[in-house]
Design a protein around this ligand. Sequence first.
Ligand SMILES: Cc1ncc(COP(=O)(O)O)c(C=O)c1O
Length: 422
Amino acid sequence: MSKLAILGGPKAVTATPRKYRSMGAEEKQAVAEVMDSDCLSGFYGSWGDEFLGGPRVKAFEAAWAKRFGSRHAVSMNSATSGLVAAMGAIGLGPGDEVIVPPYTMSATAMAPLAYGGIPVFADIEDETFCIDVDAVKAAIGPRTKAIIAVNLFGHPARLHALRALADERGLILIEDNAQAILASETGKYTGTIGHIGVFSLNYHKHIHTGEGGVCLTEDDNLVLRLQMIRNHGENVVEPLELPDIASLVGFNYRLGELAAAIGSVQLAHADRHISRRVAIAEKLSAGLQGLEGLTVPAVRPDCSHAYYVWSARYDERAAGVSREVFSEALTAEGFPHFTGYVRPLYRLPVFQRRIGFGSSGFPFTLTNRRYEGDLCPVAERLYRSELLCFETCMYDLTEAELDQFVAAVRKVHGARGDLRKV
Ligand SMILES: Cc1ncc(COP(=O)(O)O)c(C=O)c1O
């Protein structure tokens, strides 16, 4: 085996991986047709047919609902907007609690704050990094209104168990499915098991429209509320003669016609874009299986993984060198990766200083909940020393390049004894 690159040897990865492009001729054509139509958005913020958007938005939503076998799809201009709209749609009010994982993109935990809700953090599972059902049970209190489960890195949370728990306790289950399009649990797509499933179409996701999002729901009441919050809903309470107007203040979360047209094409090719990532991830897992101190991503037997990220667990004690030293050596070999993901979200100043809006501390003035210490030990451990990831989504890789990636990790692992001496 050649000398480690960090010690002056040759790099294991000789190619510079290209960025994966999912946009093609069909997307270009779809954009050109919208430009020719001169209608870049069909929305009006008052009641009528255009309250629900233009022709491409409607076609995109119909296609999305059909693809996922869901009754309703409501497009949004981001998953963040979708999560916030979901909080309003379920009637979340000041002081109501929403159970969230701490190991996710910040928008998951910020969404309840938009309605004065209080995020309550429940720890994650070691194996899949998704919210732990027992930790959720322990976090439920008299003010709990909802649970947001994140299908992190593309693997489903224990969604059926969480849905059963939510139904039993009169709670709402929201799925943050931003990272897991076309993943499944017991044959059912993620995003369709909770009361509302939220997808992201931002530039970094499996399929994208630059920015964008979609909410799925089976519920006829929730769909109307999502549509209203998306588009200045306060204006349509009277024409619709709605008795329950709580949290129907609307925003502009509308998706434009260009993005919707692109989204329809991307959706039609979603299987191709996702199976490409799955192939990359499976090859990495097969090539790196069984290395002492490195656990390749788990896939629960009843699940399929969408591999937004290939997420391995590193055990410093078993490997004999720290994750940081191992990671530096991997970087020197030319293997692109990242470690740790995010600091558990309760460490953010918004929670540590308990100031949401204004300077008096709202909405934390409504709760005795505190965010002190190592609230969620599993998330802390993954962040500090265990998680080691590769972004399957980013690169367009040949088999030979993938072989080099595998070889880079095996090389560093095989020579990690040399790293102890540095
Ligand atoms: C888990 C998760 N939730 C929510 C979001 C927010 O998505 P968007 O950028 O579409 O608002 C992201 C984006 O990365 C995410 O990864």
